[in-house]
Write a protein that binds this ligand. Sequence first.
Ligand SMILES: *[C@@H]1O[C@H](CO)[C@@H](O)[C@H](O)[C@H]1NC(C)=O
Ligand SMILES: *[C@@H]1O[C@H](CO)[C@@H](O)[C@H](O)[C@H]1NC(C)=O
Ligand SMILES: *[C@@H]1O[C@H](CO)[C@@H](O)[C@H](O)[C@H]1NC(C)=O
Ligand SMILES: *[C@@H]1O[C@H](CO)[C@@H](O)[C@H](O)[C@H]1NC(C)=O
Length: 682
Amino acid sequence: MSLVVGLLYFFLRRLAYLLSISVTKPAERNFPHVHSFVLPDPSHFSANLLYSPLPTNSFFQNFAVNNGNESEYLHPYFIKPSLSSLSLSYPSIFCNSSITYQVFSPDLTISTQDKNPDQHPKISSFSDLSVTLDFPSTNLQFFLVRGSPYLTCLVKGKSEVLISSIVTIESMSFNSILTKYTIKLNNKQKWLIYASSPIKFSKNDKFSITSDAFSGIIRIAISPDSGSAFESILDQHSTAYPVFGEATFTNLFTLEYRWEKQGFGDLLMLAHPLQLELLSSAENDKVVILKDFKYNSMDGDLVGVVGDSWILKSKPVPITWNSIQGIDKKHFPRIISSLDNDTKNLNLTATMSIKSSYFFGKAIARAARLELVAEEVSHPVVIPHILKFLKTSIQPWLDSTFSGNGFLYESKWRGLVTKLGSNDPLADFGFGMYNDHHFHLGYFLYAIAVIAKQDPDWGATYKPQAYSLMSDFMSQNPNFKYPVLRNFDLWKLHSWAGGIPEFPDGRNQESTSEAVNAYYAASLLGLAYGDSEVFELGSSLTSFEIMSAQKWWHVEENSELYAKDFVKENRVVGILWNSKRESRLWWASAELRECRLAIQVMPVTPITEALFSDVGYVKELVEWTSPALKRKDVDEGWKGFYYAMEAIYDWESALGKILDLTGFDDGNSLTNLLWWVYSRKH
Ligand SMILES: *[C@@H]1O[C@H](CO)[C@@H](O)[C@H](O)[C@H]1NC(C)=O
Ligand SMILES: *[C@@H]1O[C@H](CO)[C@@H](O)[C@H](O)[C@H]1NC(C)=O
Ligand SMILES: *[C@@H]1O[C@H](CO)[C@@H](O)[C@H](O)[C@H]1NC(C)=O
Ligand SMILES: *[C@@H]1O[C@H](CO)[C@@H](O)[C@H](O)[C@H]1NC(C)=O
């Protein structure tokens, strides 16, 4: 695409977006509005961005809250804004057996001579793959594009650029036309500075250099090897710079990246290991992979890719209501007897007294499983009772008549919060701070999809509410009410929780299985309503989330992604942060391996088979967890998920243990586990 066509394309998309805003009704009408007392004002965004929904679990969330000065890791660099400067760090990696993280150290700090630190930096624009930070106090504007090996900075108004380091600058050299400088630091780093026109830098002291008055583009990159091979690649691509990037699902299981490029020449970006894998599953004729050009990262090597647009194709996953393999009829009676009992014991009073959006969601999704199992084992007699239970319990949440809690729409950041969450940042696990939305809402959507499938009239009545719950975290197109994909990260290719609070390590996510469940449930909702767009987006996201879980959370014994010490002790990551991995959970220590397994497995549904498709890994996970099961205080509920994993390769052994269980997780049941065991291949 030529530059002119490219610009036209982006201009038209922008126009379409603005038009879509002006014709959309301005308010969420399905849930009452509320003023949240816990959410901060989004003051770091420039005024013209406040008219559209703002991202709440994004890769630049730290820039948007508090002082906006906490770092974010935008592969391959940490970026840390302050009032009048921006620091850049090419991190080293710390690792022991329980934690691994990237260490921020301000290798280079960029500012200008005339500082007026009264005005803090503003987010002047953002896109799926980038954020632009404006420093009104210094005449600098930074195009922060994820995966760019260069930091790109626009210097306005003839400013003297100041670059400093916390370590000694050992040497500075430059080319004859003064458009490239090489500086070596005494921490062994070699940094390259490129300018769009001649610039004259002089050394001030051991720690800083300053330029003459300059306007134009400056790009800064670390040269990741000591020789000259990488440097010449960086030289070659230094003149083409991305200013923003969009990611679009163009087809089922297909995601396309497109950057807007300025300058001239071919765009050089970096791909993480999963992107690299997905790039090679698609036809990418115009893309050249430089497989030896690598940067370090905790997510695995970041590899050079030349091209203005990429196509990423994920592995298709089957989205089905019932088990993928089916169940032999001879096992039906055993499942039915448990189903009769679990149906009879559905307790409406108990369920309707659950105020927590998370635990209520789990309770109704558990009952929805019973309905689907009843269909699969041809036992329709229990279905009316289950459906009545589901409708009676969920309607007060959808009608906003439930006195204990409920969903409300707030318009600062634009989205749903719970009634409890609008007054208390910790209520509903931080739902009011935009934490965990996909987890909670996924369970609701699952139950709603099952009711709507069985009772289309009911489905039609509650469609507006169902779509609001879905759109809160799975809006594909920009609209006035909700941001695009609240949780899913289109560059990293999995979801984040964490919401909007400041976190030194960026966003995090614990339960990948509950994230998978959210998109799986959304695609079932699409099936129930005959909405192919929702079905396809949900399916695509399910598949990307699964591939990411397998890549970064499931740690195989022979994994080379993480350092040896960490791999030795962990078969699964507990909390995965943007720039840290932890063994522990939010609610359990690293030793409680049964909890760590359970939180990556729940809920057990047909899609669990796709998430745990690697039987070799499942065996490793079960063996690694087994010593923890010898403790006396192990909860019966967690054991259920452990046996579910064992059933993948030894269903008879798992069955015996499941029949001996004396309790189940509140989202699980004996019926569901029997359904799972008998639907394994055997
Ligand atoms: C951000 O700025 C505030 C106010 O100047 C300061 O107290 C805080 O330590 C800074 N935070 C970081 C991460 O630098
Ligand atoms: C790993 O490092 C962290 C952070 O430095 C420390 O708190 C923890 O105790 C260490 N763990 C082990 C097992 O050494
Ligand atoms: C029936 O379910 C209840 C609780 O849900 C359980 O305590 C009981 O053991 C079950 N009985 C049978 C026969 O499965
Ligand atoms: C249902 O739950 C309520 C509230 O927890 C409890 O009081 C009642 O005994 C339960 N009913 C049955 C039949 O177990």
